[in-house]
Write a protein that binds this ligand. Structure first.
Ligand code: OFO
Length: 177
């Protein structure tokens, strides 16, 4: 059974993942409105992923005998200067999530809670992947600048990335496509 300190910290992480999901949804809507449909669908997908991260934590808290709190969150940002600003914001958010996961890992170690420590390893690996992904997207956007043709190709590539991510996900969960 998890102690109160761990329960509180895990519920804070639930709220953080919930906010990421809401923020990426607001970004997806902004992108769709601006005609970046491929990038928009990539972010709808990311928003769904964040919700699964939230639920995974939520169920863990309950399975470990704790109390899961459905979070109230602040309103996400819904207006952006351009595509670059969207991805800069995502990268900052993902770095905050990584810091928070690291804090949780340290706490579970201090509290000698090996079960939670073990559970969190999935998030550690996930954050490494996500930070690398968003860093590489930002590097591409820096190269592209405001070249319209290149942004058009970027948007198409982002749509393909949704398909690739979904294939990888279904392979790792063993489901058929
Ligand atoms: Fe769940 O925050 Fe990154 O992926």
């Amino acid at each position: 059974m998890i102690n109160k300190k761990i329960e509180k910290a895990l519920n804070e992480q639930v709220a953080m993942e919930c906010f990421s999901s809401a923020q990426y949804l607001a970004m997806a809507a902004w992108l769709e409105n601006k005609g970046f449909e491929g990038t928009g669908s990539f972010l709808y997908n990311q928003s769904d992923e964040e919700r699964t991260h939230m639920l995974k934590l939520f169920h863990y808290i309950l399975d470990a005998g704790g109390k899961g709190v459905s979070p109230g969150i602040k309103e996400p940002k819904s207006d952006f200067k351009n595509l670059h600003e969207v991805f800069e914001n995502i990268y900052i958010q993902e770095q905050k999530v990584s810091q928070s996961i690291n804090h949780l890992v340290n706490l579970s170690h201090e509290e000698k809670d090996h079960t939670t420590h073990n559970f969190l390893q999935w998030y550690v690996a996930e954050q490494l992947e996500e930070e690398a992904l968003f860093r590489s997207i930002l590097d591409k956007l820096k190269m592209i600048g405001d070249n319209g043709g290149a942004l058009y190709v970027f948007d198409k590539d982002m749509k393909d990335l949704v398909g690739q991510k979904n294939i990888l996900k279904s392979q790792s969960t063993g489901s058929k496509i």
